[in-house]
Design a protein around this ligand. Structure first.
Ligand code: ATP
Ligand code: MG
Length: 507
């Protein structure tokens, strides 16, 4: 095998962290190569080096057998290496074609060349089966379509090697299938893909080979068709991972949260939630399953006071909070793990310790009056970091320097940290490795045993089925079915998620 890209002895240090420790990785032309490993293992860092965003402290890169210096993304692109960003960088007001061309405009001539560019985009979209309309404005596109535009953008610049860092984290199961079909098509056309994911089933389904990193080093490379989930998990974590949490029967207490006839407006003012009612008692986990975009996000925001109810009622522990707003709801003991940690969950430039007490500075255990008791805060933060295994060089490290999964751990550690009575958790384990996912599941189960009422919204059906005492299936803004634990098979729930009614189920 002659590698198309070969990284040799790559070492990258950040203050207090050895992110990549003499990593060698050879990627074969035309393969889909998955990169897996625990949160903080060094996956994103290695790919940013390959894309010219970071410079290694040591080691070399060769592209098609020739040693190169990747001192900028521009250089990487010129060598045929492209990266699809997880946080899309598209201009909403522009069309697909304008976004694809942006930054790589035809040099001269305006109109005519722009016409040629559009034709080229259409040809590319066709060649790789990337169904998007070049003339469509980007702000009307689904997340999956936006991702296709990002892929087109990279192909338009002549990429032979495509790097995708956790591309499936934002996609619905159907969109994941579409993406995988696109990746297989790219492979068939001779492109090379490097792909990062924490979902091992996905990795096994799509990859030709899998490289496992741990603590900044390569543990090994496997041929996907000979590998198993358990084997990869053990290589990643260094011990067997079970993932079969035994949840004792629920012992429901008082009603903690009551939602009655909730109607909530969505982005364009149209109702996204159309009359949702349920109650959750202390010691109970109410799961909401559904294909993303069916009103879950708006419902969650309404439950924590971030979005007003257009109609209906919301009560916490018997208190009407329909119009109470975010602060009053939090003071009643409602915690919130938001789906978008960058926008809502964290203040990225602030240090780890500060993010761990965000919104709770005023608690009496942290000081008298306006003065923070540094020692008390520090002790508290150190305990959270240790318990949740947040991999950070120190408590005084800005959260933006943590890996994606470790940022998520900070949010979960904070929200479970102040003995909440109600927890509204949206995608609580998104971006977490399987060890960390197992840990968060255990934490949620323990908090439930201690009397916490939980609303769990998750795109991962196995997460809902493992944790929830009751599952409400949401479709087009309504709870279309409700099942007790064990009361429906994944298939039945999956069908309800598509909006199929009872009578259609057996079909
Ligand atoms: N810009 C940065 N400044 C300081 N430290 C960084 C920076 N980027 C990454 N690190 C550190 O390097 C290590 C590896 O991080 P990286 O983002 O590569 O992990 P990852 O394998 O992608 O993890 P995840 O699965 O959580 O995304 C981590 O300890 C992280 O804190
Ligand atoms: Mg990462």
């Amino acid at each position: 095998m002659d590698a198309i890209v070969e990284l040799s002895g790559i070492t990258k240090r950040f203050p207090g962290v050895l992110a990549n420790d003499r990593i060698s990785l050879a990627v074969a032309p035309g393969e889909i190569h998955a990169l897996v490993g625990e949160n903080g293992a060094g996956k994103s860092t290695l790919m940013k080096i390959l894309y010219g965003l970071y410079q290694p402290d040591d080691g070399t890169v060769a592209v098609r057998g020739e040693r190169v210096v990747l001192d900028s993304p521009r250089r990487a692109i010129a060598l045929g290496i492209g990266m699809v960003h997880q946080h899309f960088m598209l201009v909403p007001r522009f069309s697909v074609a304008e976004n694809v061309i942006l930054g790589a405009e035809p040099a001269r001539g305006g109109r005519l060349l722009a016409g040629e560019a559009r034709a080229r985009i259409a040809a590319l979209a066709d060649q790789y089966g990337l169904a998007v309309d070049p003339a469509a404005p980007v702000d009307g596109l689904s997340v999956g379509e936006q991702q296709r535009v990002e892929i087109l953008k990279v192909l338009y610049r002549g990429a032979e090697v495509l790097i995708l860092d956790e591309p499936t984290a934002v996609l619905t199961p159907q969109e994941v299938d579409d993406l995988f079909a696109n990746l297989r098509r790219l492979r068939a056309e001779g492109k090379t893909v490097v792909f990062i994911s924490h979902i091992l089933e996905e990795v096994l389904a799509i990859a030709d080979r899998i490289t496992v990193l741990r603590g900044g080093r390569v543990v090994g490379t496997l041929v996907a068709r000979e590998a198993t989930k358990a084997q990869i998990a053990e290589m990643m974590v260094g011990r067997p991972v079970l993932m079969d949490l035994a949840i004792p029967p629920a012992r429901p207490g008082e009603v903690a949260l009551e939602v009655a006839g909730a109607v909530v407006a969505g982005r364009r003012g149209r109702p996204a939630v159309r009359g949702v009612s349920f109650t959750v008692r202390g010691g109970e986990i109410y799961g909401i399953a559904g294909v993303e975009g069916n009103g879950q996000s708006e419902l969650v925001e309404a439950l924590v006071g971030l979005r007003p109810l257009a109609a209906g009622r919301l009560a916490i522990r018997g208190r009407d909070v329909t119009r109470a707003g975010v602060r009053a709801i939090r003071l009643l003991g409602v915690a919130h793990i938001p789906e978008d940690r960058h926008r809502r969950g964290l203040v990225l430039p602030m240090d780890v310790w500060e993010n761990l007490i965000l919104g709770h500075h005023g608690r009496k255990e942290f000081g008298r009056g306006p003065v923070l008791d540094r020692v008390a805060v520090w002790r508290y933060a150190a305990d959270r970091v240790q318990r949740f295994d947040v991999r950070t060089p120190s408590l005084a490290t800005p959260v933006l320097a943590l890996s994606g999964g470790n940022q998520q751990k900070v949010v979960v550690a904070r929200e479970l940290g102040f003995a909440p009575t109600v927890l509204i958790a949206a995608q609580p384990t998104r971006g977490l490795d399987i060890g960390a996912t197992e840990f968060v599941w255990t934490q949620l189960a323990e908090a439930r045993a201690a009397g916490l009422a939980v609303v769990l919204v998750s795109a991962m059906l196995d997460e809902v089925l493992t944790l929830a005492d009751r599952v409400g299936v949401i479709h087009a803004g309504r709870i279309v079915a409700e099942f007790p634990r064990g009361g429906a098979s994944p298939r039945e729930i999956g069908l309800a998620m598509t909006g199929a009614r009872l009578g259609e189920r057996s079909a």
